[in-house]
Design a protein around this ligand. Structure first.
Ligand code: ZN
Length: 125
């Protein structure tokens, strides 16, 4: 098992790259959800999304050049899979993906989350 916390080795990765991956069909839905979280996470590990925004992120080109939203169940399934993998914390849902500290950290952004409000803490994983 990889070390966690202070024993972990870290690399900085551009948010724009995580954002690109989150919308790319070359990755599976679970990887796209993880990428969306990494692209937007704040200093508390929380990445907030508007209603149906993750349906847009996981959408696909319908073949005629129009972007088709992913189904709600696809978003939930991808989040569930990421939580099972340990790459997102259990309190993640379609309005806020929570990145555990051992997976990713940033000093960018604040430490608030309007979606989770009370009991805000870094995702325990
Ligand atoms: Zn949150």
């Amino acid at each position: 098992m990889e070390p966690t916390g202070g024993a972990q080795k870290w690399s900085a990765v551009a948010r724009a790259e995580w954002d690109r991956r989150s919308r790319s069909p070359e990755f599976r839905a679970v990887e796209r959800i993880e990428s969306a979280a990494m692209a937007r996470m704040n200093a508390a590990g929380h990445a907030e999304f508007a209603a149906d925004e993750l349906r847009d992120v996981l959408g696909h080109d319908d073949g005629d050049g129009a972007w088709k939203l992913a189904g709600r169940s696809s978003v939930y399934d991808a989040i569930t899979r990421a939580v099972e993998r340990g790459t997102l914390a259990a309190e993640s849902d379609p309005r806020c993906l929570v990145v555990p500290r051992h997976v990713g950290q940033t000093t960018s952004g604040d430490t608030k989350c309007l979606h989770h409000r009370e009991g805000l803490r870094y995702g325990a994983g």
